[in-house]
Design a protein around this ligand. Structure first.
Ligand SMILES: Nc1ncnc2c1ncn2[C@@H]1O[C@H](COP(=O)(O)OP(=O)(O)OP(=O)(O)O)[C@@H](O)[C@H]1O
Ligand SMILES: [Mg+2]
Length: 250
């Protein structure tokens, strides 16, 4: 479903991505691990078209992102097309990024009424349904400031899901949470995985990666140095950098 090839990205003279290949099959969950600065977030930002790669290609279901026109003569897509392509991918960040002046339902509805031009009634119904799905039916009318971090992050997940994405990207979704709130967010993500959502998850939660991911990759200095199913990754890593990394997180 996702096929990213040979992604390169530099900021000034700093090469942040140096040839990343990453693909994911429908319904697959891939966990991305790696030290700080290794290029994990940059990779997600390229896939979500928040930034443009210097080189390399990203395809979703065979369509190249960031470009328009015939396959043999692609042109960089204008913002209007990028906005459309972005809708295929849902993203959840470490900082939940909710609108503080909107309650939970309004936060979840916002993309439906603006981007999708859904009616208020239809958007509201779908938003309430999605909030129920993440266990927040009883909190639908609360404002972000009245919700815990774990609840706010679940609202953010509902807001991404309501747009019906083909692929969900998570960038350290539990890193800003108090430890006792991490579990409720991971449970929602695990349910989503079991329901067949295709997911790419940057996380430091190795237990989650082990239990939920189909494959785990290790980023190091802008390249993927290891890619394996969880048991092999954690029990029998092939790369010296993976062994070093795992020594620090265990
Ligand atoms: N807009 C930017 N301008 C300049 N440098 C940047 C920019 N964005 C990222 N970088 C640099 O790129 C490198 C990789 O950053 P990235 O955020 O992808 O790492 P990461 O693997 O997500 O790390 P972390 O685990 O700390 O989140 C870092 O050295 C960072 O400072
Ligand atoms: Mg990051």
């Amino acid at each position: 479903m996702l096929d990213a090839r040979n992604l390169h990205k530099s900021y000034g003279d700093k090469a942040v991505l140096r040839g990343v290949d990453l693909s994911i099959r429908p319904g697959q969950v891939k966990a991305m691990l790696g030290p700080s600065g290794s290029g994990k977030s940059t990779t997600l930002r390229l896939i979500n078209l928040l930034e443009r790669a210097d080189a390399g290609t990203i395809e979703i279901d065979g369509k190249q992102l960031g470009f328009t026109g015939r396959a043999d003569a692609p042109r960089p897509a204008p913002e209007r097309i990028l906005a459309k392509q972005r809708q295929v991918v849902g993203m959840v960040f470490q900082q939940f990024n909710l609108f503080p002046h909107l309650n939970a339902v309004r936060n979840v509805m916002s993309g439906l009424t603006t981007v999708r031009r859904a009616s208020h009634k239809e958007a509201e119904e779908r938003a309430v349904m999605m909030l129920e799905r993440v266990g927040l039916g009883a909190h639908a009318h609360k404002y972000p400031s009245e919700l815990s971090g774990g609840q706010q992050q679940r609202v953010a997940i509902a807001r991404a899901l309501v747009m019906d994405p083909k692929l969900m990207l998570f960038d350290e979704p539990t890193s800003a949470l108090d430890p006792e709130l991490v579990g409720e967010v991971l449970r929602v993500m695990e349910d989503l995985a079991r329901e067949g959502m295709t997911m790419l998850v940057v996380t430091h939660e190795t237990r989650f990666a082990r239990r939920v991911a189909d494959e785990v990759v290790l980023f190091d200095e802008g390249v993927i140095v290891e890619q394996q199913e969880p048991e092999g990754f954690f029990e029998n890593p092939r790369n010296k950098r993976t062994k070093e990394f795992l020594r620090h997180v265990h």
